[in-house]
Design a protein around this ligand. Structure first.
Ligand code: FAD
Length: 377
């Protein structure tokens, strides 16, 4: 029987497994499909909240810790697996922000590098941007990472460890808390007639947008809800930009090999993950308004993912109420990639009762939720 059964092999499940294994535990990681094919694959990989000053101190605390740790994580994974996760600290240019004063105050308060730059400096940095942008906020330290590669590298590293087991295409359908003798989970395999019972000392739920339905008897039904995001991908010979650019909630992310991501929509459509023509047209309009040379091209791919939106915008990290052996790490919403290393570390700090990287209270799954999801940034 493993020490931990983790349900959900997205970025949060993978990093929680890594952190537990590093502390000597044995881990079985379960996913209802292939690992890391949901939000953690679909995301843009910006290693920062988009408008960081709009978030609570609880988000800033996790983001700051994780942003400082990401270069080490990228180096460790390259050594362990040979996979380059393309961690690119090339900065983020926020065009025509109407919240300059608030943003600069936030940056000064939290010691983040942010600068208001005038029009000529914008075009010195990014000559191919559409004309007419008059001001920008420049965050030189913001990085982006190739999230599908990050997940592939994490998985490859986990699979080298003898205390690790991955079970794909097994869906957790029920759990049974057996008091002092551990937990048991009923998992339905894709081609299995009857579900299989899996036992572990502890259970960790990292099931992204699906978390609330798995923990429905312990947590409010709307504590985590799916928020659909659609993206487009262009392929150019050379990236037309060197850094992430953002305006009015839409962004372009240049990959090193000429791929350019356009993101993203924010839709409340339940668990419907289909791409739509309306979203494509809206994203194209945003992309053309930023880089006119894209008008002569067609995107090579469109996809959608489901962000795990927590009701109050703060993730749920810690023990599940009224249980001894069940933990949750979910609800990171639009910031799941940037927050993931800190979320996993904090959860394992809580599990091992060691000095936490930040005060765990704001993330407590037992808190009262005020539903602000439709209003969050
Ligand atoms: C379009 C888009 C753009 C984004 N851009 C960014 C960005 O630039 N930066 C950033 O920080 N964040 C971004 N995000 C958010 C980020 O991707 C998510 O917050 C993060 O990936 C959530 O990770 P997760 O591991 O919690 O969930 P997921 O990656 O969704 O993983 C959950 C896993 O649980 C599994 N699962 C669910 N139910 C069960 C079950 N019953 N049994 C077994 N397995 C189960 C699923 O199959 C899935 O693999 C973006 C998201 C989207 C959709």
């Amino acid at each position: 029987m493993p020490d931990f059964l983790i349900v959900g092999a997205g970025i949060n499940g993978l990093l929680t497994a890594r952190e537990l294994l590093a502390n000597g535990a044995s881990v079985t990681l379960l996913d209802q499909q292939y690992a890391a094919r949901e939000a953690s694959w679909a995301g843009g990989g910006i290693v920062s909240p988009l408008y960081p000053w709009r978030y609570s101190a609880a988000i800033t605390a996790l983001a700051s810790w994780a942003q400082a740790f990401y270069p080490t994580l990228a180096d460790e994974l390259a050594c362990e697996t040979g996979i380059d996760v393309e961690f690119c600290p090339q900065g983020l240019l926020m065009l025509d922000s109407r919240e300059e004063a608030q943003a600069l105050r936030w940056a000064a308060q939290f010691g983040r590098r942010m600068q208001a730059i005038p029009q000529p400096a914008i075009y010195q940095q990014e000559p191919d941007l559409a004309p007419g942008f008059t001001s920008a906020l420049w965050m030189s330290e913001v990085a982006h990472i190739r999230n599908p590669r990050l997940c592939a590298a994490l998985l490859s590293s986990l699979q080298q460890q003898k205390n690790f087991q991955l079970l794909q295409h097994r869906r957790m359908i029920a759990m049974d808390l057996q008091g002092d003798s551990g937990v048991s989970v009923l998992a339905q395999g894709q081609n299995q007639a009857t579900p299989q019972r899996l036992h572990a000392e502890h259970l960790v739920v990292t099931a992204g947008a699906w978390t609330a339905e798995l923990l429905e008897s312990h947590l409010p039904a709307d504590c985590v809800a799916p928020v659909k995001g659609q993206m487009l991908l262009f392929k150019l010979d050379e990236p037309p930009l060197q850094r992430i650019v953002l305006t009015d909630g839409r962004y372009l992310i240049p990959r090193q090999d000429g791929h350019l991501l356009v993101g993203s929509t924010l839709e409340f459509a339940g668990f419907d993950k289909r791409s739509t023509v309306v979203a494509k047209e809206s994203l194209l309009e945003s992309a053309y308004a930023l880089v006119p040379q894209l008008e002569s091209m067609q995107p090579v791919q469109q996809w959608a993912g489901l962000r795990p939106g927590s009701a109050d915008g703060v993730p749920l990290i810690g023990a599940v109420p009224n249980t001894d052996r069940v933990f949750v790490n979910a609800g990171q919403y639009r910031n799941g990639l940037v927050l993931a290393p800190a979320s996993a570390r904090l959860l394992v700090d809580i599990i091992l009762a060691r000095e936490p990287i930040t005060d765990p209270l704001p993330y407590a799954p037992s808190r009262k939720f005020r539903n602000e999801l439709t209003r969050s940034a």
